[in-house]
Design a protein around this ligand. Sequence first.
Ligand code: NAP
Length: 319
Amino acid sequence: MTIDNLKTPTVALGTWAWGDSGETGNGYFGSHLTPSGLEKVADKAHAAGFTLWDTAVVYGMGRSETVLGEVLKRYARSDYQLSTKFTPQAAGTGEAPVADMLEQSLARLGTDYIDLYWIHNPADVARWTPHLIPLLKSGKVRHVGVSNHKLSDIELANQILGAAGFRVEAVQNHYSLLYRSSEQAGILDYCRKRDIPFFAYMVLEQGALSGKYSPENPLPQGSDRAKHYNGLLPQLKALTDKLASIGQKQGAAAPEIATAWAIAKGTTPIIGVTKPQYIESLVRANSITLTRDDMAELESLADAADVNTRGWWEQEMSV
Ligand SMILES: NC(=O)c1ccc[n+]([C@@H]2O[C@H](COP(=O)([O-])OP(=O)(O)OC[C@H]3O[C@@H](n4cnc5c(N)ncnc54)[C@H](OP(=O)(O)O)[C@@H]3O)[C@@H](O)[C@H]2O)c1
C-alpha cells in the first residue's frame, strides 16, 4: 500500500532539455545550457516553493538525470520530489529490467527513492505494469503513474496494480491548447472523477507557444524541436498574439497565459525550465485568472491554427 497520498503541486518542473549537451543547436532542444545557469533555475524554484522535478532516463540517455542530481545535491532530499520514468524501449535483458533501470536512475540522481515513478509509454501494459509492485513494496518508489497511456491502457494498469492493493496515482500526457486529445478522449474527466492528478506535458509546445519564436526568430537550427515546429510558426501567430494580449491586461506574458490555461483546465502543467526567469513566469502563471471568454477564444484560435503537434512517440488517444 502506498503510505501517503501523492502531494500534487500546481506546476511541476520539466528537465528534458537538460539532457542536451549544452551546445547551441545540439540535441533535441538545441539551447545553450550551463551548469551554473541550471543551478540558478533550481535556486529560484526552491525559493518559490516549486519542488517536483520531472525527468527520464531517455532525456539525453541519462544526462538529464545526472545533471539534475548534481544540481539538487545542495538541498535536503526532503525539500524536493523526483519524478522519473521506466522507458520500455530502453529495457535491458536481465530478469528485472524495471528494477534495473530504476537502480541506474537512483544512482544518477544520487538518491535511494523516487517520489513518483512512471511507465513512460504503453509499449506493453500487461508485461511492464506488474514490475512496479515490488518497487512500491520496497519503498524505492513512493508513488506510480502512467504516461502516454490511453483510457483503456490506464484502466488495465489500474486493474493490475489494484490486484496488489496499489493503483495508478497519476497520469502524464501531452496536453496543450494545440493538443487536447486527452480531453477529447475523456481522460481528463476520468482523472477528475477519480481524483487522479493529470500532469500535462508540452503545454508550451517546446517553446513554439511561448510567443518568442517566429519565422524571423525560429527555434534553434539543427535541433529536433526546430524540425517539428519551425514550419508551423506562421500558423501559430494569431494564437500567440492573443496569448500576449490577454497577458498584457494582467502584467503577464504569453507563456504564462498558456500555463494558466492548463491550470484552469484542472491539470498540473510540467513546464520545461531552461532559464531562471522562467521560474518567475510560473509564479505569475499561478496568480492569473482567465475568464470563460478568454478560455473559449484561446481554444477557438488554437483550433483555427489547424496543426497536429502529436509527438512521434505518442499514440492516438481516441478510444
Ligand atoms: N512523458 C512524456 O512522454 C513526456 C514528453 C515530453 C515532455 N515531458 C516532460 O514535460 C516537460 C515539459 O515539456 P518540454 O520541456 O518538452 O516542453 P514545454 O514545457 O512545452 O516547453 C519548454 C520550452 O519552452 C520555453 N519556455 C519555458 N518557459 C518559458 C517562459 N516562461 N518564457 C518563454 N519561453 C519559455 C523554453 O524554450 P527555450 O529553452 O528555447 O527558452 C523551454 O525549453 C519535459 O521537460 C519533460 O519533463 C514528458
